[in-house]
Design a protein around this ligand. Structure first.
Ligand code: PMP
Length: 315
């Protein structure tokens, strides 16, 4: 219906998954005017509904990204309500507990026609859902990364700090090449000095040395992950110091432990990073911070542990 819900958005509807109509001259197809989010819904223990993890954070990140991409965005309330409706409409696709989650993909795009380079005149916000298991086929098994400074995913002043579809274009070639050589994924360095860690294709990176944890500061070239933010808080509560700052590749090489965080992987221990042809190995296994954080965070997300922080939202 044309009922205006604020911000120019009209009431949406639930429909069967299928193709959508888009102008060939739409902003998204021609100028990559698009943003997305990634979220998971887990089945609650005892058969009583589902849980979402910090969905307002995804809503706010989309709003921030929309400002950068010259688009209007749904309000936090509109966004969260639409996500909840999508989960309920896809009840039968939420995997059994322990077998994965329902992945939700909100998309905001310039869907209206625009021939010359400018923001599109119309926008579409949609959400689709799909059941998922573990992101990396190894599950919590450690991953192997490669640093290739021929490839960069973001530059200062660019769009690396928001979740725009265009950020994933530079990643495709690098990721395919890395996988063909047996690596799980690529660890990107900054594009100016080619020396400081940025992030992995779809997750943030942390290094641990003794009781000190460091992660690249989110200053516009990396995505400020919601898992990253949560893990920083959990690690501090466990007595670790956590610094958000420049982290050089030399510091990583010297670390005890390296891990990645993201909605898809939650926390993934890194067993090795190959840089300039040299393979550097790191601690993994039961007594690591990565394992502890994985257990703590997934227990909260799945509704198995008390959520003293109010991070989960019931559906
Ligand atoms: N960096 C990039 C480039 C990503 O695509 C993602 C996944 N959204 C992340 C980091 C991790 O963010 P989050 O913890 O919010 O999933």
């Amino acid at each position: 219906s044309p009922e205006d819900l604020g911000g120019g958005f009209s009431r949406g509807e639930l429909c069967r998954y299928g193709n959508i109509e888009l102008s060939p001259s739409s902003g998204v197809l021609n100028y990559a005017q698009g943003l997305f989010e990634g979220m998971k819904a887990y089945r609650r223990p005892g058969g009583g509904g589902y849980t979402l993890f910090r969905p307002e954070e995804n809503a706010r990140r989309m709003q921030h990204g929309a400002e950068r991409m010259c688009m209007p965005a749904p309000t936090v309330d509109q966004f969260v309500r639409a996500v909840k409706d999508t989960v309920l409409a896809n009840r039968r696709w939420v995997p059994p507990r322990g077998k994965g989650a329902l992945y939700l993909r909100p998309l905001l795009m310039g869907s209206g026609p625009i021939l010359g380079l400018a923001p599109a005149p119309e926008y579409t916000f949609l959400i689709y859902a799909a059941p998922v298991g573990n992101y990396f086929k190894e599950g919590l098994a450690p991953i192997n990364l490669v640093v290739d400074d021929a490839f960069h995913r973001a530059m200062p002043g660019g769009t690396g700090g928001v979740k725009t579809i265009a950020n994933y274009a530079p990643v495709l070639r690098a990721q395919v090449d890395a996988k063909s050589k047996g690596f799980t994924d690529v660890l990107y360095l900054d594009s100016v000095h080619k020396r400081y860690l940025e992030e992995v294709s779809s997750c943030n990176v942390f290094v641990v040395k003794g009781g000190a944890v460091a992660t690249p500061a989110a200053k516009g070239t990396i995505l400020p992950g919601i898992t990253r933010k949560s893990v920083i808080e959990l690690a501090r509560e466990r007595g670790y110091t956590v610094e958000e700052r420049l982290v050089s590749i030399d510091e990583l090489v010297d670390a005890d432990e390296v891990f990645c965080t993201g909605t898809a992987v939650v926390v993934a221990p890194v067993s090795s990073v190959t840089y300039q042809g040299q393979r550097h190995a790191f601690r993994t296994g039961p007594d690591t911070l990565a394992q502890e954080l994985y257990t703590t965070l997934t227990s909260i997300q799945m509704g198995l542990a008390e959520d003293s922080k109010g991070w989960t939202v019931a559906v």
